[in-house]
Design a protein around this ligand. Sequence first.
Ligand code: EPU
Length: 337
Amino acid sequence: MLTPSHPLLDLNTFHMDVKAKWFAAFSSEEELRTLLADKRVAEESLLVLGGGSNILFTEDFDGVVLKNNIKGIHIVKETTDRISIEVGGGENWHQLVLHAVNMGWAGIENLSLIPGSVGACPIQNIGAYGVEVKDVIHTVTALDIHTGTSRQFTNSECQFGYRDSIFKREEKGKWVITKVEFTLRKNATLNTTYGAIKDTLDKMGISFPTIRDVSQTVISIRQSKLPDPAQIGNAGSFFKNPEISKSQFLSLKDLYPSIISYPIDETKVKIPAGWLIEKAGWKGKSFGTYGVHKDQALVLVNYGHAAGEDIKKLSQDIKHSIWEIFGIQLEIEVNII
Ligand code: EPU
C-alpha cells in the first residue's frame, strides 16, 4: 500500500532527512506487480531502494519510492564442489556473506561488511579486496517496470565492468531486480592476494586461512578505515578510481614519485582516487556538519544534519581540484537524487 509523505531518514546510509511523496515496500514479485499497476506509480517518477547505501538525496523525492523487501535464500543446485543459491533482492548483503561463511561456501568472503542489499549488488558490481560480485553471479532476475514481466539476465548479459553493469547504462530505470542467483564453491580457493589481506593474516600468524579468517580479516580492515554508516552517515566510495593512459601516468610520476597505480593493460592504469584526494589536501577536512573522512579520502561523510546539497557541492569542489592539479576527471559513483 502506498503511504504519502514518507520519511526516508532511516532508509539511506547518508542519513539525509528527506521524504518521499509516496512510499511502499514489497515482499514478493506479486506485490511489486500490483504496485507497478497502480496509476500513481505509473504516472510519477519511480525510485527503487535497496539498502540505500549508494545514494545521496539532495531534496525530498517528488515521486514514488519502492523498497525491496523480498527475502529468502534457497539452494537451487548442488554438486560436490559447487553450490548455486537463489537469493531475494531484499536480503541484506552482509547477512548473506555471513550465512555463506557459516555454511562453508566460498566466493564472497572478500566482500564482507559492504553495506547494501542483494538486489542492488549487481547494479554497480560491488567489489573489494580483489573480488567483484560478477565473479559469482550466475543470473539476475528482474521485473520490467512497464509491463510487470519477469526476465533473467545471464552474467554476460549484465555486461559487468568496474563498478558498472547494463543496469547503470542502457537498461537504467527499466527493471526492478527481484532475485540473484550466485554460484559459490564448497572447496575454498581463497583470494588473499590483495596486499592488506595478506599483511593482516601474516600479522595474525595465519598461514592457511579459512573462509571465516578471510571474512574476519576483511571486516577488521574495513572497520579500521571506513566509517560505520550506523554512526557516521556515508555511502562508501563517493568516486570511482579513475583510469588514465600510461603516458599521462608516467608524466604524473615524474611530478609525484609516490603516486600509487594499478596496471589495467599495456596502455592504461588505474589510480586510487583516495590518493589523489589526499594529495590535493582534502583528507579529513571538516565543514561542520560534513566533510572528507579522516582515514579514507574517497568517502564523504555527514557528521549530522548536513544538507545533501552541501555534500554534492563538496564533491564538485573535489572534482574540480583534482582536475586542476592532476588533469584527471573523477567520476562520481554515488547516485545523486
Ligand atoms: N589511499 C590514500 N589515501 C586515502 C585512501 C587511499 O593514499 O585516503 C591509497 C592507499 O594507501 C592504497 C590505495 O590508495 O595504497 C588504495 O586504497 P584502498 O585499498 O583503501 O582502496 P581504494 O582503491 O581506495 C577501493 C574500493 C573500495 C574497496 C577497496 C578495497 C573503489 C571506488 N573503491 O578503494 O570500495 O573497499 O578498494 O578493495 O573502487 C566502496 O565501493 O564503497 C568501497 C569502499
